[in-house]
Design a protein around this ligand. Sequence first.
Ligand code: UFG
Length: 282
Amino acid sequence: KGDIRDQVFLESIFKEVYSLNNYFHAVIHLAGLKSVRESILKPKRYWDVNLNGSINLVNVMKKFNCYSIVFSSSATVYGIADKELLDENSIIKPCNVYGETKARIEKLLLNLCLENNNWRVCNLRYFNPAGAHYSGLIGEATCNNPNNLFPYLNLVAIGKKKFLRIYGNDWNTRDGTAIRDYLHVDDLAYGHLLIMQHILSDKFKIKNINIGTGKGTTVLELINTYQKVNNCEIPFEFVSRREGDVESLIADNQLLKKTLNWIPSKSLESMCLDSLNWQKNS
Ligand code: UFG
């Protein structure tokens, strides 16, 4: 546990592994800030942690001859969708600072590959990860005022928050609320393993890959499912749109399905059940 911007700290991890006569084959880079709203309020912090942290990480990796990386990028790099399903060739035009930092890190990793043939990179573009391990033992530890939808739903369900604020009911969607492609964290984790195997067996040098189910759910649809499977009430109130949000983000996931045989196995119902189960256990 430490700060990705801290070079001495990062080097100490690599050194420790070396001292055990071993080495790191690859890195899964998940260390970043991820709130759209906060990124607009505190842009410098987002550039510093996300971009400078990534630069620090790749410098240390290079120093220790580790050149393989799976980077957790985001669907937010696409910005406003120009078609229903976003494939990897869709225009990169983020609408918020968070998305911009992710897009710049992708570019940095591409530049590294062009500069040095040793690098193997996957920019894995997450749509909306949700849920928790079904055991209730592993999940997202959130603060008292989470920005993301799932952790907030959990707090309303257990009575720590009185109601959920829905950001906008005037989007051009079937019920006026925004659409996202929610993906169970187990399916997300499995995707990383498959990609890591491909990278380490040298199947590609650099790829941008979407990871999502390909199905869109509105905020209201999600609340209905959450209430039904968890047998609880989620009071809500409509408020105005959140700055930096977009109407719809749904993955075209054919690349991951076809090239790596990845198939999402978990339903929206499982995400809702596992999410609350984790919250009750944590
Ligand atoms: N929303 C609400 N009320 C809330 C929170 C969210 O209505 O209290 C709405 C948002 O407006 C959006 C949808 O629910 O339409 C999802 O919002 P999230 O904040 O959960 O997620 P984002 O789509 O903003 O995505 C961000 C990052 C992703 C990251 C994801 C989950 O862009 O990279 O959070 O961690 F994967």
